[in-house]
Ligand binder design. Structure first.
Ligand code: NAP
Length: 272
């Protein structure tokens, strides 16, 4: 499994993480899938208080050494005032059945609570040892700058944003470059476009064609395209072991520059 430095943490995480939004329809299968990933080199799981999947993550990681797994969860904007952040964190710790969260992320920017207030509480959680690192999610370049400025003692180590072959907003807005230059890890959510890429038949055909020389499927090529960019950690959701297995293999694919160029053009070709 390809490992890469996660922001400024000094930690090496698997380039591929595990997404857990909307798992839970078949808990046993989901747990089997997560365990399969942990047994095969993945050490990074993403969840959120809003998903309701923290208890499933807790069940899945039982029996593994806690320090071998990097757990990321998120606080929802309704809980961004100081006391609510602390309460939400304690709730997540309980549901995750752990005494620390590796990465605690602000799920979306708030329209009402000043970022200074939220970050004060987040930094206190680090001081108490309940959180190891602070991340943000769905923050634009300007919102990321504002978040950086609000920090008194610690750094923002990641920004979780939508990024896939067909959702390239972070390249256009300059967020990808900004995060790379400031060493903020980009966690790419919905890396398979929430499953929508599979309905783009012509694109899937082209991905399969390019994938032939790598012995890779279309979804593997889509995930590998992200991991062949610097500083990007895709977190696909896979409810079953078969999808998980297929996704894990994508981390080892080294895409040739000429194929990367072809794939770079796919959004314009198939989505405009
Ligand atoms: P996604 O990972 O882009 O796509 C998931 C879909 O792709 C599911 O239908 C899944 O099916 C399917 N799939 C996965 N692997 C496959 C494979 N090898 N072959 C065929 N189909 C495959 O979508 P997502 O769940 O929206 O995003 C992933 C994670 O990002 C979430 O789980 C969550 O952790 C995070 N996220 C964060 C935010 C945020 O605001 N921060 C927003 C959205 C998502 P099965 O389930 O049947 O395997």
């Amino acid at each position: 499994m390809k490992l890469r430095e996660f922001g400024t943490t000094g930690k090496k995480l698997s380039a591929l993480g595990i997404g857990t939004w909307e798992i839970g329809t078949d808990i046993n299968k989901n747990i089997e899938s997560i365990k399969y990933a942990l047994d095969n080199g993945i050490n990074f799981i993403d969840t959120a208080e809003m998903y309701g999947t923290e208890p499933i993550v807790a069940k899945a990681i039982k029996g593994y050494r806690r320090s071998d797994i990097f757990i990321a969860t998120k606080v929802w904007p309704d809980h961004f005032d100081h006391d609510s952040v602390i309460k939400a964190c304690n709730g997540s710790l309980k549901k995750l059945e752990t005494n620390y969260i590796d990465l605690y992320q602000l799920h979306w920017p708030s329209k009402t609570v000043p970022i200074n207030e939220t970050m004060k509480a987040m930094e206190e959680l680090i001081d108490e040892g309940k959180v190891h690192y602070i991340g943000i999610s769905n923050f634009s370049v300007d919102q990321t700058k504002e978040a950086i400025e609000s920090m008194k003692k610690y750094e923002i180590v990641s920004n979780q944003v939508e990024y896939s072959l067909v959702t390239r907003d972070i390249e256009i807005s300059g967020l990808y470059d900004f995060c790379r230059d400031t060493k903020i890890a980009v966690i790419a959510y919905s890396p398979l476009s929430h499953g929508k890429i599979f309905s783009k038949i012509e694109m899937i055909d082209e991905l399969e064609k390019i994938g032939t020389s790598y012995n890779a499927t279309a979804s593997q090529m889509a995930l590998a395209w992200l991991m062949n960019r610097d500083n990007v950690f895709p977190i696909p959701k896979a409810s079953n072991k078969e999808h998980m297995k297929e996704n894990i293999s994508s981390a080892d694919i080294k895409i040739k520059p000429e194929d990367m160029k072809k794939m770079d053009k796919m959004e314009a070709k198939y989505y405009q």
